[in-house]
Design a protein around this ligand. Structure first.
Ligand code: XMP
Ligand code: MG
Length: 179
């Protein structure tokens, strides 16, 4: 597989669809076991998490519910530092076992700004599951309970993640090519 162009930038293949799905399946199996007597409510953070959430959900065998919120902080290939709530939480999470689904934790700003809203509503428990984590980029530390892949501090795209709106449809992950 070869280099692709999205807008003005070039990307190289990084993680294959098979590798991603395998990890997502393993994550679902852990959740199936950890929550076997519970009925978790997943909060999926749009837009980037839609593909990860959909694939994970297909492998869940426990009773589960899901709702969606939309937060945005990225402009191009850099975090803008400003987190905007475009669609807020409309579900009662009081007393529920919550699992937040996020595509990627980069600086940690998006999640660290959202978490107080969740705690305020007093869920019974709260865990965070991420597809990707960039440990070297962390500015706002967040306790992550489930991570599929820890990756270097390089911009990635595909499998729901975009560069200025494009690339979300790619079934595998690509990494920004060094200039
Ligand atoms: P923070 O910095 O708040 O970022 O942890 C989290 C959000 O920023 C987006 N993000 C990325 N999107 N490739 C992308 O396509 C990346 O490498 C990347 N890093 C961060 C993403 O939406 C995430 O929810
Ligand atoms: Mg996101």
């Amino acid at each position: 597989m070869s280099t692709i162009q999205v807008h003005d930038k070039f990307f190289i293949p990084y993680l294959s669809e098979e590798k991603i799905i395998e990890k997502v399946k393993q994550l679902a199996e852990r959740i199936n076991s950890d929550y076997k007597d519970k009925r978790p409510l997943f909060i999926s953070i749009l837009n980037g998490s839609f593909m990860f959430s959909a694939d994970l959900f297909k492998f869940l065998t426990i009773e589960s519910e899901i709702c969606f919120i939309k937060l945005a902080s990225y402009k191009g290939t850099k975090s803008s530092g400003q987190v905007i709530t475009a669609i807020g939480l409309d579900t009662d999470i009081h007393g529920r076992d919550i699992i937040i689904l996020e595509d990627i934790i980069d600086t940690g700003k998006t999640l660290s700004q959202f978490l107080p809203q969740v705690f305020n509503q007093q869920p019974a428990s709260l865990k965070i599951a991420v597809l990707l984590h960039k440990p070297e980029a962390t500015v706002h530390p967040v306790d992550i309970d489930y991570t599929c892949f820890s990756i270097p501090n390089k911009f990635v795209l595909g499998y729901g993640l975009d560069y200025n709106g494009l690339g979300r449809n790619l079934s595998q992950l690509y990494q920004l090519k060094e200039e």
